[in-house]
Design a protein around this ligand. Structure first.
Ligand SMILES: *Cc1c(COP(=O)(O)O)cnc(C)c1O
Length: 385
């Protein structure tokens, strides 16, 4: 079956009630048949869920669906996207190991690389997203993982997955991609040679601004290591959130279709507007990496970014003139959201530091929602005036 169907139809075995929708398994532990059953499960001689920090049917269903959607063998689910990023690096790396990462990564991932992992002697070298020689030159004998986001947040920079995979294969590195902006329905990094796909399910997977969640999808071999780390460090996803996210996957395809349609239309209308320096959207022909975009993405996604002519002040003013758009930190919601990174998420950096990660003072990031296109445009159009 097609991925779009599997996202709706894959589910756990039904219970004796023959329920249509999957029930919610709110239990912290599971009962053993007898002392021997208990011994065998703890000894890993027999399959069993044991405890909800280890396993849960709702969590497993979400993992199974996401693994199928990402063409991964299996996966692991966590309480948030950052828990997934941390669990992955924590599970795979040791003191003295080295990461090569694209410079433009999510803010908390940047903090993890620069402030947290170094506490355990794990270091990271950043490379500009379009410097493929730079990625290869940054690799040392201690390098174990190459990490990147494409499209990046908030700059919408695109990195050629196949090209990076050829580098990581040559150097026997793990290649991990944060696929949060694209979702598996628009881009499957594993199909282009990545070894690991990481998600913040908080964004498009939930898509309705309700729950946090994260996933790591990869081979059985890698996930066994993740499992060994996660079982005893406790970043477990709650069964209720897993149930919510699994139900959300049933509408992912129709939501992404509308997000992409609305976003492309808004990006097209913004291009050439007198108040705007430039617009960035992966499926605009003017996107600097358009050739790579059409090779690895099915559609452009729901995020549009643009540069206002008036810089920092214009960015703040624009946000204050919006009525429909929510000013909030999330993205990928049914509701349209606007943010101005220079005065919010990246305000602690200097203008020069911001530029290094592709954030100019007038940069506005729009997460285009599922509202009627005329209402979305009306709000933007009025605020620009
Ligand atoms: C939001 C986000 C994360 C972190 O996810 P949380 O669920 O908020 O912890 C990681 N990567 C990207 C690209 C994100 O947008």
């Amino acid at each position: 079956m097609e991925k779009e169907t599997l996202a709706i139809r894959l589910q756990n075995e039904r219970t004796k009630h023959h329920e249509h929708s999957v029930p919610l398994y709110l239990t912290s532990s599971y009962v053993f048949d007898d002392a021997e059953d208990m011994r065998a499960q703890f000894a890993d001689e027999k399959e069993g869920e044991i405890y909800s920090r280890y396993a849960n049917p709702n969590v497993q269903e979400l993992i199974d669906k996401m693994a199928v959607l990402e063409n991964a063998e299996t996966g692991w689910a966590t309480a948030s996207g950052m828990a997934a990023v941390f669990t992955f690096f924590g599970a795979l790396l040791q003191s003295g190991d080295h990461i090569v990462s694209a410079r433009s990564v999510f803010g908390s991932t940047h903090r993890l690389f620069t402030e947290i992992l170094p506490k355990w002697g794990i270091t990271t070298t950043y490379v500009d997203f379009d410097d493929y020689e730079g990625f290869e030159n940054a690799i040392t004998p201690a390098t174990k993982i190459l990490f990147l986001e494409t499209p990046s947040n908030p700059g919408l920079d695109i990195i050629d997955l196949e090209k990076i995979a050829s580098i990581t294969k040559r150097h026997s590195l793990l290649f991990a991609v944060d696929n949060c902006f694209a979702t598996p329905l628009l881009q499957r990094p594993i199909d282009f040679g990545a070894d690991v796909t990481i998600h913040s399910a908080t964004k498009y997977i939930d898509g309705q601004g309700r729950t946090l969640g994260g996933l790591i999808l990869s081979s059985v071999e890698i996930i066994e290591k993740v499992k060994a780390f996660a079982r005893h460090t406790g970043p477990a996803l709650s069964p209720f959130n897993a149930w919510t996210l699994s139900k959300s996957l049933e509408t992912l395809d129709v939501r992404m279709e509308r997000h992409c349609k609305n976003a492309l239309e808004i990006a097209t209308r913004l291009e050439g507007h007198e108040a705007i320096e430039c617009v960035k959207y992966p499926f605009l022909k003017s996107h600097p990496q358009y050739e790579i975009v059409i090779k690895q993405m099915k559609k452009g996604g729901g995020i549009v970014s643009f540069e206002l002519k008036g810089g920092l002040e214009a960015g703040r003013k624009f946000l204050d003139q919006l009525n429909l758009f929510s000013l909030t930190a999330n993205l990928g919601d049914t509701r349209s959201i606007a943010t101005h990174p220079a005065s919010t998420t990246h305000s602690k950096l200097t203008s020069e530091q911001r530029l290094e990660v592709g954030i100019t003072d007038g940069l506005v990031r729009l997460s285009i929602g599922l509202e009627h296109i005329d209402d979305i445009w009306e709000d933007i159009h009025k605020a620009l005036k």
